[in-house]
Design a protein around this ligand. Sequence first.
Ligand SMILES: [Zn+2]
Ligand SMILES: [Zn+2]
Length: 437
Amino acid sequence: MRLFWVGAAALALVMPASAQTLGDEVKEQMPSLMEIYQDFHANPELSFMEVRSAGILAAEARKLGFEVTEKVGGTGIVAVMKNGPGPVVMVRADMDGLPVTEQTGLPGASKVRVTTAEGVETGVMHACGHDTHMTAWVGVARLMAANKDRWSGTLVMIGQPAEERGAGARMMLEDGLYTRFSKPEYALAFHDAAQFPAGWIGYTPGYALANVDSVDITVKGIGGHGAYPQTTKDPIVLASRIVGALQTLVAREISPLDSAVVTVGSFHAGAKHNIISDEAKLQLTVRSYTDAVRDHLLDGIARIAKGEAIAAGMPEDKMPVVTVQKDEYTPATFNTPEFTEEMAAFLKERFGEQRVVRMPPVMGGEDFGRFGREDKSIKSLIVWVGGVPLAEYDAAKKAGRSLPSLHSPFWAPDAPAVISTATEALTAMTMKLMPKG
Ligand SMILES: [Zn+2]
Ligand SMILES: [Zn+2]
């Protein structure tokens, strides 16, 4: 289906006067914001290393009169603007790039290379578009500071580290985000989106992104000569059975009406044709929405691994070792349903029905959900902002070709459209939540 596109000129005609003003202010900021974007884009930093990026956000916020605290949960920053009585609204941008070598071939492409802690040399790229998030964060900070006479309350803007490692939100919360600073009544964020046109806004009431767990299974065996299998316990055969049986978790144990994924993404064992190895290693990604389904999957994986080992006649001391990587767990992102609908209606008024679309939930992960889970009274919303240049979107549809996804070395969002839309949307929502008197 070809999607209908409303040009900026057509939109201007239907915008109410107040929206026009904010839109104009965003337009005025764009040349300067694009310079900041180019800088972020050319200088991406990996998770836990976002020192330069955080420094830029901190300096910008300080200039605008925010009270800025750095090194909150590693490289995180918290910028607070108190502006009279009223609610506390938190706006979050994540700051990390990815170990991806950029292949967009664009003039401003990242040329950064690093050697990771694991000793792997790699390019670094903002392949998830967190550079657009940080830039719009600056845009929101500027517009909120410039319009202090139009809102009343406390604005808490945070630059969050290590989203890609599922760690940054937890680290900021553990470092006192809600105790050292005002706890928000509302938490807002956006993520750029690689599947729909630039400047569109997508919203998903309720569960929007999944619980993500990484699980390792070390399957033990008793090694030996490939010609004498009867003297061994072959971990490759056992691990294969485990992989097969794991498929029944989603197919037979979880309700068809619940969402769940168990993917074995890595299977490593053995070194040579004629040797039966003594170990196989599996790496799994496990995804769900509800805590109950998550618990069932994780318990089920341990049960199946052990059960298959018993069936294979493994002795008690050689049971598989199942490890859930607790530090990299990303809880599901849940958009408070009524609040999401309310904000979506508000955004539709501003941007038009065509540009604000309801999106189905996805099984991707995003640690923004932690900010709302911490206290159920917090109303929380992350929206998508489309980043696919319209011409490219149309051409891809026509040719039946798939578009580069987030994390792809080819992901090249229409940054001006993402940044201007996100800046305006987040500023408008924040102001609406903190009405003056
Ligand atoms: Zn990402
Ligand atoms: Zn991301």
